[in-house]
Unconditional design. Structure first.
Length: 604
């Protein structure tokens, strides 16, 4: 791994214990003031630390990267991922809401963020600003931005949303380099400090001083990044008009011009395309620095190019509720370009979930239209699946004639795509997919999706992969991508949601900018009801779900809007609806911290 210049920390208790820094120079705030050029290296060190493996609790592993934990900790709590089986990866306890104060992934994230906050604090203290736009101002502004960014991440993961009250316990707020006192600030105090940092970042940075290094132009914070993050902060605070005002400054008179025309290019060309405001740039050199293995990258968790765990873990699949949203309009470019079914072929495939009495999840009960082969003996799962031409599908299962019929109950999705239920007298939700894997049956009678009987993960769940993190244009490595942290599509949807909360129909205009790029029909006040929406907020939240899936937003979008997290769909996680105010949602403060500083952890 490349050697990174970090500021030596005189106090190891920089927000938590065991704050091990990679020391390469004796650089502190005083020496930075005397040698401002060194701040380039110390600031770049923070960017590097976000993607490099760090030693944690005496060992180094591929789990120990900020980027990996950023996406996993945010997304495994939500309702867009199907877990096909239990896992030895630390994410499993987070996915099951069974994490505790010793959980490795949440503890690493706490430590990692505070290390980078300390480095930003030292840079801020050591950089003197000038009266006009300059590189020094830009660097100081970047550090204000980074400090705000890490504090906001910590608030999202370890504290209740701002909408639940300003006086709730927040996180340890670190402004400056005096770490003599460690206490949890209130949520309101944290948000006030983040807002102040972002305003200072906006003041200091200027488009003329934005840093570019060849293809890495999106890999550095900028004034636009600070504006976009401030809009996100105002949205989370419920400051609707402030969110709109700062978004207007950022987006200009024609927001659509900020979008990349080709959806797939947003992710494959993240370091250079115009839609990305800020990304953590991952180069081939970065992968070589972690041993040349892609298995430490987040893309390896969501995808496996050959369907085996030899090339990507492929443990986390796209869940059925999100697929149903996309299947309202199968031509959606996000659906076609960013989601793939491993081993897909022509034909129909029907399945539903039945409760697993052992672990509480919903097992996948599958119906295929063909005879499939077991290890030695042919096994017939269904004699046929017949398209009746009236929107229903007939099949035989367990010796009974059954139908999948459009859902016209109150739980239907929309007139465009109501979804399907079984005619079993219980209105069991089922899924009819017009693409299917090619399964075989193992000796226990379970469907598997790969010829060696191993499948990507056992359990029989269809392997819908997320490809957002799979392909970086020009990379020699599979499953490589730069990690997008802020992009203009989110900024447009932030404004759309703020308009929606004000019941302003301009929310529809912003949503349609996103839908036009996706190639699907636009929304209007007249067609919203038939598409399943009684209000603007729910419409915007669904569009955020489709546009920003797996980018770390879904869980916080639900709970800050006081909406429960519904995980009752085929998956190995416990089939349950998690109330938005459940104390299980916030991660525990690590024991590494509480055992030394004595700050209170989160209640359970």
């Amino acid at each position: 791994m490349k050697k990174i210049l970090f500021i030596i920390v005189p106090l190891l208790l920089a927000g938590c214990v065991k704050m091990d820094y990679f020391e390469s120079d004796s650089m502190n705030s005083a020496s930075l003031a005397a040698n401002p050029a060194a701040a380039i290296y110390t600031t770049d060190g923070i960017y590097s630390m976000m993607k490099d493996m760090s030693e944690f609790r005496g060992s180094t592993s591929q789990n120990n990267t900020f980027t990996r934990q950023y996406f996993l900790l945010n997304d495994v709590r939500a309702d867009d991922i199907c877990f096909s089986w239990t896992s030895t990866d630390p994410f499993w306890t987070s996915a099951q809401y069974m994490d505790d104060a010793n959980s490795a992934d949440a503890s690493y994230m706490w430590m990692s963020c505070y290390k980078m906050i300390y480095a930003a604090n030292s840079n801020i203290a050591g950089l003197e600003e000038s009266e006009s736009p300059s590189e020094k101002n830009q660097l100081k502004g970047e550090n204000y931005f980074l400090r705000a960014f890490f504090h906001l991440i910590l608030c999202n993961l370890y504290a209740k949303p701002y909408a639940f009250g300003r006086d709730n316990m927040g996180i340890v707020l670190r402004i400056g380099t005096d770490y003599s006192v460690t206490k949890r600030a209130t949520v309101g105090e944290c948000y006030d400090a983040i807002e102040a940092d972002l305003k200072e970042a906006i003041r200091l940075m200027d488009p003329s001083t934005r840093r570019h290094k060849g293809e890495l132009q999106n890999g550095y914070a900028s004034k636009e990044a600070a504006q976009a993050l401030l809009a996100r902060l105002y949205l989370y605070e419920g400051e609707w008009q402030k969110c709109i005002d700062i978004s207007n400054e950022l987006l200009g008179t024609d927001p659509s011009k900020n979008l990349e025309p080709v959806v797939a290019d947003v992710f494959s060309k993240a370091s250079t395309n115009k839609e990305v405001i800020w990304c953590i740039n991952i180069t081939d050199g970065d992968i070589a620095g972690i041993g040349g293995s892609v298995k430490g990258l987040i893309g390896s968790m969501f995808d496996s190019p050959d369907g085996t765990q030899g090339r990507g873990w492929g443990e986390l699949y796209v869940a059925d509720p999100l697929l149903d949203l996309f299947e309202r309009y199968p031509q959606d470019k996000r659906y076609n370009d960013l989601i793939s079914l491993f081993g897909s072929q022509a034909g129909l495939y029907i399945y539903w979930g039945e409760i697993d009495e052992v672990n509480g999840g919903l097992n996948d009960v599958s119906v295929y239209p063909t005879v499939v082969n077991a290890t030695t003996t042919p096994v017939t799962i269904a004699s046929s699946i017949t398209d009746n031409g009236d929107g229903t599908y007939s099949f035989t299962y367990g010796g009974k004639a059954m139908k999948a019929i459009p859902d016209n109950t109150s739980s239907k999705y929309s007139d465009d795509f109501p979804g399907y239920i079984l005619n079993d007298g219980k209105n069991t939700r089922c899924y009819v997919r017009h693409r299917m894997p090619t399964p075989i049956i193992d000796s226990d009678g379970n469907p598997q999706f790969e010829a060696n009987m191993g499948s990507v993960r056992p359990g029989g769940y269809p392997t819908w992969f997320c490809n957002k993190f799979s392909v970086r244009e020009g990379s020699a490595y599979e499953l490589n991508s730069s990690y997008i942290m802020i992009r203009y599509a989110e900024a447009i949807l932030n404004r759309a949601e703020a308009y929606a909360h004000l019941d302003d129909p301009k929310a529809i205009d912003d949503v349609n900018i996103i839908r036009n790029r996706a190639g699907i029909p636009t929304m209007s006040a007249g067609n919203m009801g038939g598409r399943g929406y009684s209000n603007l907020v729910d419409m915007v939240l669904d569009e955020r779900r489709m546009e920003l899936f797996y980018e770390g937003f879904r869980a916080i979008d639900l709970i800050r809007n006081k909406k429960d997290i519904n995980r009752v769909y085929p998956s190995k996680t416990i089939a349950e609806v998690i109330p938005y105010d459940s104390p299980k949602i916030q991660y525990q403060i690590p024991i590494d911290e509480t055992s030394v500083s004595g700050i209170p952890t989160n209640p359970r």
